[in-house]
Design a protein around this ligand. Structure first.
Ligand code: URA
Length: 449
């Protein structure tokens, strides 16, 4: 126990790695030491990565998860937004392929009178990241300092930034390391990563979109429920209103996968069109945000409100305003054809006629990373223009030779590996699949809605 004026207990990092490797629980002080050393850079990446891998393989107790979340939250500032004149509400996804709802939700919910202080992440593993998508808009700044974040938030009701040196800096470092070391798939690390950012941003309520299926980090629904309950419990303990929706990620959401392509699809949804599954999920998540934020009496009234705001054009206008305030080029928002594009495409033809009965969705995400839409090393920069347009989804009928999807790339040679991955990810059979599951499997919420 450290006394005032007495230096904190020192540990040997190698002992903490070995302790976790051997399946033992670390104390809060030990976890705090690792997080502090990661944040100030005194613990090298290779030691942090070894410890992260040990956590993935050995897991954590509830106490360790709480200690990790607490230490990561307190690695930076915890914003106090209590002076804002309405409730603050946010949403966060555990990560998926073509999972782009944040870009629709922040302006939509802000246009409905609530504040959305959103701290998001970059691409993680095979999944895309909100910040990389936003940065495909020329000039858009995701690294605003806190006073500017607060200013944009107070002017337009929403602001979307990343972890900074001031807010959730431990997650900033750990997130980038997990992305490239195969250490994402741990419910404990995901819980601490998400909740440390979300608790730091000063929101009152949080809607969690917990993905399950072949394109999610939690492939099995029971694992997604475990993660959802862990995060809901963590948020509630900190006095936040919480709900978690368990949603389907067995195929890409919408049709576009890739940074600029996904921005284009979000603009379609903000204009009242766009693919049905994406639009429906946005409306359902917005419904819960309105409900938890006290802007609607029930979730179904919240959904109606969301539909009206999109139809009125106010959600699109709010997005445009946010982009402008964050330095982005609004000519691109008015004319998405100006978004970065490769100017070259390669079709992925179906090897046979039939119906799509399944998609190995993680492979679709990996194909996008391989094209340059994500990172394989920390220092990689992402290519905003590359990506995949998914034409055929589960249940779709396809003729032999008809494109299943189209790769946006810079040359045929660049598309070779992605094309094979995509072709292999499709399962096609003579008969259609038995039934189509709905996007939302269930809501984890204690109370009437
Ligand atoms: N989103 C995050 O912010 N962190 C994770 O670990 C996974 C998804």
């Amino acid at each position: 126990m450290s006394q005032p004026g007495v230096p904190p207990v020192q540990f040997r990092v190698i002992d903490l790695i070995r302790k976790k490797r051997d399946g033992l629980a670390l104390t809060a002080a030990e976890i705090g030491y690792l997080v502090a050393g990661c944040t100030d850079g005194s613990i090298p990446d290779y030691q942090m990565a070894a410890w992260l891998m040990a956590v993935v393989l050995r897991g954590m107790t509830r106490e360790e998860t709480a200690a990790l979340t607490h230490a990561m939250l307190n690695s930076g500032e915890v914003l106090d937004l209590s002076l804002l004149p309405a409730r603050k509400v946010d949403k966060h996804s555990t990560g998926g392929v073509g999972d782009k709802t944040s870009l629709v939700l922040a302006p939509l919910v802000a246009a409905g009178g609530l504040f959305v202080p959103m701290i998001s992440g970059r691409g993680l593993g095979h999944t895309g990241g909100t910040l990389d998508k936003l940065e495909s808009i020329p000039g858009f700044r995701v690294g605003l300092p806190v006073p500017e974040f607060e200013r944009v938030l107070s002017v337009c009701g929403c602001c979307m930034i990343g972890q900074t040196e001031k807010i959730a800096p431990a997650d900033r470092r750990l997130y980038a390391l997990r992305d490239v070391t195969g250490t994402v798939e741990s419910p404990y690390l995901i819980c601490a990563s998400i909740m440390s950012k979300k608790l730091a941003e000063g929101t009152d309520a949080l809607v969690l979109d917990v993905k399950t299926g072949s394109g999610a980090f939690m492939k099995k629904e029971e694992d997604a429920v475990f993660l959802a309950e862990l995060m809901v419990e963590t948020g509630e303990r900190m006095g936040k209103q919480m709900v978690a929706l368990i949603t389907d990620m067995n195929q890409p959401l919408g049709h576009m996968v890739g940074n600029a392509l996904e921005v284009q699809e979000c603009i379609e949804v903000l204009h009242g069109s766009g693919p049905e599954d994406l639009r429906e999920l946005c409306l359902d998540l917005a419904a819960w945000m309105f409900f938890l934020g006290g802007a609607s009496k029930t979730v179904s009234q919240g959904k109606q409100r969301a539909e009206e705001i999109i139809a009125s054009g106010k959600a699109f206008e709010r997005f445009r305003q946010m982009v402008e305030l964050q330095g982005g080029d609004i000519r691109v928002i008015d004319d998405p054809a100006r978004l970065p594009s490769t100017g070259h495409t390669v079709d992925v033809p179906s090897p046979q006629a039939g119906y799509v009965t399944g998609i190995l969705c993680e492979q679709v995400g990996t194909a996008c990373v391989i094209l340059g839409g994500g990172r394989e090393r920390k220092e990689d920069s992402v290519d905003p223009a590359v990506g995949i347009v998914v034409h055929k989804k589960i249940g779709g009928k396809v003729a032999a030779g008809e494109p299943l999807c189209t790769i946006h790339c810079h040359s045929d040679a660049q598309a070779t590996r992605a094309k094979t991955l995509l072709q292999d990810s499709y399962q096609i059979a003579a008969a259609p699949p038995a039934h189509k599951k709905s996007i939302i499997h269930r809501a984890i919420y204690k109370g009437e809605h």
